[in-house]
Design a protein around this ligand. Structure first.
Ligand code: SAM
Ligand code: NAG
Length: 260
């Protein structure tokens, strides 16, 4: 877009972000307010200390302040590494907004960083249905969802995800979801994909996390069922005429399947 056609709103927005950045740099001791965190907080998927990743995060993250708090709180947990990468979550929230999503499915909520990001991207009557087996993680996330004012959009079902997906199908919700994110136990990935494909509408998106499985898909171990399942799913989706696809080299690999 040529510069002279930039709207007034866009200019005001740019100025506001500029001010936020300046404030972050000054108050936050040379740290942008949406900074990913300390090195220790960064996930292993990114090459350790790669300055390009720092650059990418510093030049793209617009993290909501409550998301930032939840990320920090989650990293205090021993299993904190299970949390989604913040840039991936922002990307998916942008995609959800792009397709005007109102109903989102999250398989594997954990402390709900991505669930919160999605809820923030949805209209006030939007809904995120979350699948999770461990209520302790949900109890960590809930106060943050409340603080961000979107708790009413989040509905977490504490039981194995397959059961929840079957219940949604039985309740006649096939074809009503706009976006599904698959990020729970890997051994059930194929089942999750098939059920999501029924629950998502035409033009909807299914995002599948960890499709590189820490690079192990290149050479899975003989008894590595999780890796083999991911590899099978990758092969299956490649040939699946029901979807258009992109496999994104972000975080631990993310496949986007666009339902035809
Ligand atoms: C990688 S974490 C999810 C991260 C999360 N999407 C985020 O935004 O940070 C995977 C989660 O799946 C949950 N999980 C494992 N098996 C499950 C199952 N059968 N049904 C539902 N959730 C499950 C785990 O308890 C864990 O919290
Ligand atoms: C999406 O799928 C349709 C139907 O198979 C195909 O004609 C089209 O070329 C695909 N588009 C892309 C961008 O892959």
């Amino acid at each position: 877009m040529p510069i002279f056609t930039i709207s007034k709103e866009a200019l005001v927005g740019t100025a506001a972000l500029g001010a936020a950045f300046a404030a972050g740099v000054i108050i936050g001791k040379k740290r942008a307010p949406w900074h990913f965190g300390t090195r220790k907080e960064q996930k292993a998927f990114y090459k350790k200390g790669d300055p390009l990743i720092d650059y990418m995060l510093k030049h793209s993250m617009r993290e909501h302040p409550v998301l930032k708090k939840l990320r920090r709180r989650t990293m205090e947990e021993p299993e904190g590494i299970n949390m989604i990468c913040c840039d991936q979550s922002q990307f998916m929230a942008n995609l959800a907004k792009l397709i005007c999503a109102k109903k989102v499915l999250e398989i594997g909520v954990f402390t709900g960083y991505n669930t919160l990001n999605m809820a923030l991207a949805l209209p006030d009557d939007g809904k995120v249905v979350g699948c999770e087996v461990n209520n302790d993680y949900i109890n960590i996330g809930k106060p943050f969802w409340k603080q961000a004012g979107v708790e009413h959009k989040i509905d977490v079902r504490i039981k194995p995800a397959v059961e929840t997906l079957d219940e949604l199908l039985a309740a006649g919700e096939a074809g009503t979801y706009d976006f599904a994110f698959i990020d729970a136990d890997k051994k059930s990935y194929i089942e999750y994909y098939e059920k999501c494909l029924r629950l998502v509408r035409k033009g909807g998106i299914i995002a599948i996390d960890n499709v590189f499985w820490k690079r192990k898909v290149l050479k899975p171990g003989k008894n590595d069922i999780e890796c083999q399942t991911i590899q099978h799913l990758n092969e299956k989706i490649l040939r699946d005429v029901r979807v258009n696809i992109s496999m994104i080299t972000m975080a631990d690999g993310v496949t986007l399947a666009f339902k035809l």
